[in-house]
Design a protein around this ligand. Structure first.
Ligand code: GCB
Length: 595
């Protein structure tokens, strides 16, 4: 077997040398930690005056120095002390009315007391959208880009016993060379959107681990544990419930490989069994809850633990019910996933970017299989090698965080990207990257069909690299009217499983009329009924994730009194009220259960 850990390291090394990675390698985050969540002071800085001087050169005495006037004549034109506060985690847009449409820089500051105790300490961010420039006690640590993946820095030497200050310059300006780029159909929520923590570890600690069933096997577990630090003591991996206890010897790089056979109770949507897995070294212990399952394709079938499965899914944005903002609490994840369960789902598409870790862990516990994706969305700058590296890094970070979650059965590398040679090459390389670091999951992407309205043809050349073909198709919404859709036929050039990864239409909850009236619940219901008729005529269909569970904010959707900057394609309103189409899809999934 290829040493996947070495592959990850070499990719990270290449990224590092071209200056795209400033943070230390991702560390496993399921550890006790000191939370830095709560109120943070903030300064809105649309001119980036806290970073550049009047000649637009980087100012060595920017806001990160957190200066205070030394006497009454001293000129200091900012003050964290006298500034207002924002909640972390949280987007700024839905916390302050005047920041609703704000895109640009905001400086965050948090003071905290720390007592040094000999541990190594990492400053860990769940996610910051989009660019985070992080300072500790006035020193710049590094810059991180990408709004949905975690990052961390070792701060052992910079931390003081007593009062410490973290300052973060957060910038959510949309730019063509970013992932996503300037154009998307979801809200560009800015801010420190996920938790911030200090993680204390011993001098040599368990930096990361991967423990999963070996590809193609239902009984062989294969994985690795990576130590960081000087000591190379033995590593013990235990699954107490199965009386499994394995000892492994780390190599000079701290990598200990593990394989063992056992008749495990396998994870599935019907039996979401998670085992407590304990990893111990002389100095460190980490425990996790891990499920074991296999996922493969065979011709046009998707096999979960060797048995064909139909993916009854729904697409979900990481938007909280009732608040309109980003998800900030586990209960909000639970509400969303409970709705998916009520709908009859065994599958969720976490669109269009990696959702927070709680969401994925909860899916693991609830028996919901997951499609997880990176925001390679619409029109990316395909020919720019830096953009590719950036997309690749987001993909690697997503996989690094969730590789031990049985629920995640497929990685998606793209959504609705326009066909060209450069784009197909870009996406092919992403697929190859994912396969190198994770051989156990399926690769997918949401493509677009061609052909006529009544015969949808799937021949996108990118399909050749995927295990499962996803396709978005808005019959009855962006083309034709709902009644047209039931007779639409499909032709796909690939002998692979197909998932209709999006269909749907908008409805303002509570607006009623006849089914030809746009924006009524009846119109949306007709879109669902007729599209479901169409689905039932596709023999190689292996799942669907209609668009979308709940209404979500989108600055592209201004229609007054209907949208008011909401995409209304939710089956549930932002106030948690189910629309008629919810029950149409629920009925279809109930029927699929009895088939
Ligand atoms: C799509 C996109 C999704 C949009 C949706 C829509 O095809 O993938 O991000 O929100 O259509 O509502 O138009």
């Amino acid at each position: 077997m290829k040493n996947i850990y070495t592959t990850v390291l070499s990719i990270l090394f290449i990224l590092n040398t071209i200056g795209l990675l400033a943070q230390t390698e991702t560390i496993a985050s399921n550890r006790k930690s000191i939370s830095l969540d709560g109120k943070w002071k903030y300064i809105v800085d649309p001119m980036q005056n806290g970073y550049y001087n009047y000649r637009y050169q980087v100012n060595p005495n920017g806001f990160f120095k957190d200066k205070r006037p030394t006497d009454e004549s001293d000129l200091v034109e900012y003050s964290f002390d006298n500034s207002d506060q924002l909640n972390v985690p949280g987007d700024w847009n839905t916390q302050k009315e005047n920041l609703f449409f704000y895109e640009g820089t905001i400086w965050y500051k948090k003071s905290f007391i720390y007592v040094k105790n000999g541990s190594r300490v990492f400053l860990y961010f769940g996610a910051v959208n989009y660019e985070a420039r992080v300072y500790l006690n006035g020193e710049e640590l590094a810059v991180h880009q990408g709004g949905f993946t975690p990052f961390n820095f070792e701060v052992t030497d910079l931390l003081k016993s007593g009062k410490n200050d973290v300052v973060v310059k957060v910038d959510n300006t949309r730019k063509p060379e970013q992932i996503p780029t300037v154009n998307s159909d979801w809200y560009n929520f800015g801010g420190i959107t996920r938790s911030v923590r200090l993680i204390e570890v011993p001098q040599t600690f368990i930096q990361d681990y991967s423990i999963q069933l070996k590809k193609g096997s239902l009984s062989e577990v294969e994985g690795w544990v990576k130590l960081q630090g000087p000591s190379r003591s033995l590593v013990k991996i235990e699954i107490p419930e199965e009386k499994i206890s394995i000892i492994a010897q780390p190599d000079a790089n701290g990598l200990a490989k593990v394989t063992f056979k056992s008749k495990l109770n396998l994870w599935s949507d019907i039996n979401p069994k998670l085992y407590e897995v304990k990893i111990t070294t002389k100095e460190d212990t980490i425990t996790d809850k891990i499920g074991f399952r296999s996922i493969e394709v065979n011709g046009r079938d998707i096999l979960l633990n060797g048995k064909s499965v139909f993916l009854k899914g729904i697409s979900i944005h990481e938007v909280a019910p009732f608040t309109a903002g980003r998800v900030i609490a586990p209960e909000q994840c639970r509400t969303l996933l409970n709705w998916a369960k009520e709908l009859g789902c065994n599958f969720v598409r976490l669109a269009h970017y990696p959702h927070n870790e709680d969401m994925v862990r909860m899916a693991d516990e609830m028996g919901l299989m997951v499609w997880s994706e990176i925001p390679v969305y619409w029109t990316i700058d395909w020919k720019n090698e830096n953009v590719f590296s950036h997309a690749q890094k987001q993909l690697l970070d997503m996989i690094a965080r969730d590789k031990n979650r049985a629920a995640v059965i497929m990685w998606s590398v793209a959504n609705e990207t326009p066909i060209s040679e450069a784009r197909t090459d870009f996406l092919r390389r992403l697929v190859e990257t994912a396969r190198e670091v994770d051989s156990t999951r399926l690769l997918t992407g949401a493509l677009e069909p061609h052909g006529s309205d009544s015969l949808r043809l799937l021949d996108d050349p990118f399909g050749q690299y995927l295990d499962v073909i996803g396709v978005n198709n808005y019959c009855g919404w962006y083309y034709e009217t709902p009644s047209f859709c039931s007779d639409v036929k499909w032709k796909m050039i690939y002998e692979k499983p197909l998932i209709i990864s999006e269909f749907g239409g908008g409805a303002l909850q509570g607006l009623h009329g006849n089914e030809s009236e746009r924006w009524t619940e009846e119109y949306q219901e007709a879109v669902y009924k007729n599209n479901i008729d169409m689905l039932e005529n596709i023999p190689y269909l292996r799942g669907t994730t209609p668009w979308i569970l709940m209404d979500f904010l989108s600055a592209r959707r201004p229609l007054p009194n209907i949208q008011d900057y909401w995409n209304r394609k939710g089956l549930i309103s932002d106030r948690g009220i189910k629309k008629k189409a919810f029950y149409t899809l629920q009925k279809y999934y109930l029927k699929e259960n009895s088939n």
